[in-house]
Every structure is written in structure tokens, then in C-alpha cells.
Design a protein around this ligand. Sequence first.
Ligand code: PMP
Length: 417
Amino acid sequence: MHLDTRRLFSAAAHQLRASEIRELLKLLNRPQMISFAGGLPNPAAFPAEELGDLVKKVVKEHGAEALQYGPTEGYVRLRNAIARGMGEHLSIAAGVDDVLITTGSQQALSLLSTVLVDPGDVVLTASPTYLGAMLTFNSTLARVEGVHTDEHGIEPDALEAKLQELEKGGKKPKFLYLVPTFDNPTGITIPLVRRRRIYEIASRFDLLIIEDDPYGLLRYEGVAVPPIKALDTEDRVVYVGSFSKILAPGFRVAWMTAPPALMSKLVLAKQAQDLCTNTFGQFAVFEAMRENLLFPHIEKIKQLYHRKRDLMLEAVSREFPKELRWNRPEGGLFLWVQLPEKMNALDLLNKAIERNVAFVIGRPFFPDNRGHNTLRMNFSYAGDSDISLGVQRLAEVIRSEMSRDPDDDSHDHVDVF
Ligand code: PMP
């Protein structure tokens, strides 16, 4: 008799379901496919040649340490460089002890969930919010509740109302999770005035904020807005940063800074998860910073993505029907599109994939499953000419869907999930 392992699953494992995005990504390997779906950096943005030299140097000069286990907190010289970098580039005051290296910012979110969330605890997010964060919070059986979000991000009045409502029911959320700058999926940046209000409300309700900021340094126009952590005078903001989008995600090197008492628990939780982050990757990232490769490189990425964002904006302005709405993100990797209310992004995606163009539907990013007529388009990954061609194909599919009789359901339905 074969063992039925499903019988052994934990309550948390029963909650784990393949996300629509994950299933979708499998379909995107067709050679003709133009994909605006993933959130991937462009491989042209990896400084492969410089990194080749640098990696050799790490093996030659620091092999004994770089190929060894390292401290759970991370490589001390990298932590130091990050602490200094946060001061210089983000106006965040931090010392070496305030920096914990993590295996991607995804691990930072996972550690925070492990340390803070008991099953049934309420966690607040924007609506929509980063799907990967929601999956992590769900994996520790949190109750993720979205707060109403407009074109400037999470709405302070809605946040306050939500906190009051929870308080009346005797509930206190464990934290508020935000991607305040060039959000995934919407590309939205919360303006400074609103950041101050959110912080003031968090202070009044004694709420912890998790600020996830993998895109903050990728600004293509406009004026930089300080992170919420830079406004934090009460130790109530955890800041999460990552080298994935500014250097290369393959290193899996990211960091977080948290209040001291929380920090020591996070270190213990990390020890249980993976002992330490990939030491070799940490050494490589540190060398990239020490040799002054990182920031000139970020400037190059910004040029590349700025051009791609403009190409996508030009293409959608030229091609998309006027009934659609989209934003103009000042940085990051994503454009957020709203179809007319009667349209369904999933139906559109099925048709689009037949025409070899893909995007991500918006609905999975909403904690409450709204957003049937929304979608996310990534502009960093596709080649320049594919951006125009892909948008043209997509616009044709949209026009044909718009002209379709909504009561006529006899059209072919291709199931992609
Ligand atoms: N947070 C956000 C908002 C993201 O968009 C991503 C990656 N798409 C991550 C965290 C995870 O990034 P990483 O683990 O590579 O640092």
C-alpha cells in the first residue's frame, strides 16, 4: 500500500495553492510569446562581465571565508556597507547591528510572518498588494484584510476606519504591509503627505508597519520620496530592501532592519530556517559595493528601464481603446491597467495567449478577490520592438473582446489554469 502523504499535511499546507501567476508562467516558454507577465529584471541589466571578474576575485582572495558557513546575521562588512548605504541613499539612520541579511526579501517577509503571526491574526495590506507577500502571510494562517486603495496608494481615512472597526471587535492587526514606492502590482508611489498621515495613524493605533522596498532606487522621473522608515521616530517601521532588482535576483541577497527586540527573534527564526544566507552571494554583493560597481550600475538599469517604460506608455497610448485606463509609474517595473467594468481580464488573457502575448490578471493581487477587470503589465523584460508588437497584439484582442456581445458565451474558451 502506498503512503497517502496528503493525510499528513499540516493545516498550513492545506492552505497552499498554486497561484494563478505560477501556473501561467509555465505557458510562457513558447518561442513566439511576448510576455509582459513576470516581474523579472531584464538579463541585459545584469553586469555579467564585471561580476565574472569579481566572482573570480572573491574565490581567489576570500575563498576560505566566502565558501564557508557564515553568521546568521550576515557577512558583517556587507551589513556595514548596507547600513551606510541606507543613510546615504534612503535617509534611514542605521548601524551594523540594525541590518539582518536575508535570502531574498521573500525570506524577510516569511521570517516576519513566523515571528509575528498566530493563526487567525489580522494583517492589513493595500488592495491590491504584492501576491508573494500575501502567500507568505497566508502560509502562517494570517487573515489578510485589504484596505481601500486609490491612485495614490492606501487611503488614510479607510485605514483609520478599518482600525476603528477592528478595535470595536476587540481585534488588533499584527501589522500593516506596504510597498509604498513603485508598488507591485500597481506601480503607485504613496506621496509624502500621505506617508506622514499613514505613520501618524499607525502611531495613534500603535501599529507596526512593514515597508517592502525592492524598487525604491529605480526612479526614472520626478522627485524622490523618503521611505516611511525615514520618518520613523518610534521604532515602528520594519524596512525590507533587496539586491534582486538593482543587481541580480540570482544572488538571493536582501536585508531588513527592525526594532532590536524584534530583530533578535528574527535572527533566531532565520537560524532555524537556513542557518545563514548564501555566503558566496553576500561576498559578491559586498565586492560590487566596495568596488563602486553598484551605484553606477543602478544608473544604467534606470536608463534601460526608463526607455522601456516610455516605449510601453507610447504604445498603450497609441493602441489601447480610450475606454481603458492606466497609470504612469515614475519608476519600478509595472504598469497597472483597468479594463471597462464589463470586461474580464481572465477571458482576455485566454485570448491574448492564443495571440502569443501575455500579462498578469489583477484579481489574485486583491485580498478580497476584486479587480476582475484589472491587469498588470511588466515593461522591464521584453525587448524594445516586442513591447510595441506585444501591445499592438493585445490591443487587437481587447478591441475584439469589446465588440463581442457580452451575452454570447459560445466563443471558444481556452482554459489556461
Ligand atoms: N517584495 C516585492 C514587492 C516584490 O515585488 C518582490 C519580487 N518580485 C519581492 C518582495 C521578493 O524579492 P526577492 O526575494 O528577490 O528580494
